[in-house]
Design a binder for this molecule. Sequence first.
Ligand SMILES: [Zn+2]
Length: 457
Amino acid sequence: MMLDAVLARIDDTLPESLERLMALLRIPSISTDPAYAEACQSAADWLVADLASFGIAAEKRATPGHPMVVGHVSGEGPHLLFYGHYDVQPVDPLELWDRDPFDPALEETPAGKVIRGRGASDDKGQLMTFVEACRAWAAKHGSLPCRITFLFEGEEESGSPSLVPFLEENAEELRADLALICDTGLFESRAPAIITMLRGLLGEEIVIRGPDKDLHSGMYGGPSINPIRVLTRALAGLHDDEGRVTVPGFYDGVPELSPELAAQWDALNFDAAGFLGGVGLSEPAGEAGRSALEMIWSRPTCEINGIVGGYTGEGFKTVLPAEARAKVSFRLVGTQDPAAIREAFRAQIRAALPADCTVEFHDHGASQASHMATDHPAFEAARGALAEEWQTPAAFAGCGGSIPIAGHFKKLLGMDSMLIGFGKDDDQIHSPNEKYDLESFHKGIRSWARILDAVSK
Ligand SMILES: [Zn+2]
């Protein structure tokens, strides 16, 4: 069988694959620090040459910042775009590293062999899982199983300033049937998952003002309104006793989990007790009647992220403050409308104001949740391929945080994304002693070979 030959080739040439990853890891492509701009160019050059080494026409494309690498290979079947990033986070504090972050090595640990070095996991190691799968495929078949576009970015760790303009300018060239993004992790470091739901985010800041200056509570305490009292009461009213958000219309557009997805999530056997226990907690504190996994992946939230007011310094001061502030954010799901929620939230806060208080709001941005259209047959095909490789069920998962690239692909190129990654929770990405398990690298390469096989049939 053709796939078996590719998998055997991946196993046989793993040492060479690892050598190539080590070479890429030695390039200190820190995107945020201008001192490493040359290294970012070198990393892009290295990738162009590496793709060319197995017959893929690729080139470095200039942007106002660090370059993009774009490569194309023609073929039958679906057109896939693979995205990864070659830039890395800064390495400080350097003294906390056990080795030079840009002198990577394979280390033996009690948990198995790991590749140690900056970018080992995020994202060079992950990016190379796909490249190596393609290389093995090309070596066995002389071509790739379908049409593939490669897109490697060099500014992901510094806010991707050039990405949106680049996607807009090159939309025709980059638009594919589906994007593959390898920059996420395994579920609980053990089970493969395809992230298909990303929560949106809405940020608001409230400033409530009362008296025109700070007052003394001995002089004014009683008759004077206290903005902190007004603020905390309004904030306390944002949730009911069941943990539900009280903003009118908040749950409009929040879908119930389908029975199929609920079954997939059940099969993941999420360790909620371990998840909460890891941060010193014991009970899910969200909406009553919802599992912890639902709370993170498929339910919306309202959180108070900061409160400031009055005297908070050393000692004590009996002040009645002139103002009180809070920052509040909402994680959004489904088709919840951030603009409508912002308006309803502001109206609710205004309605809670007594005479003599005013409120000012600051808009801290908003993004809608994104949902991949998993009815594209590639999603089921990839899920099956992942389960086969990892010998454990794979699920369409949610992600509580945001991954902007998937939203950009959807909005600018009309393209859904399959977010598949092999990182583990203890990879220490963005921190000293970053690592990638050799198993993640090896099985990651094999996973992509299986996925390419499955989706191109
Ligand atoms: Zn990353």
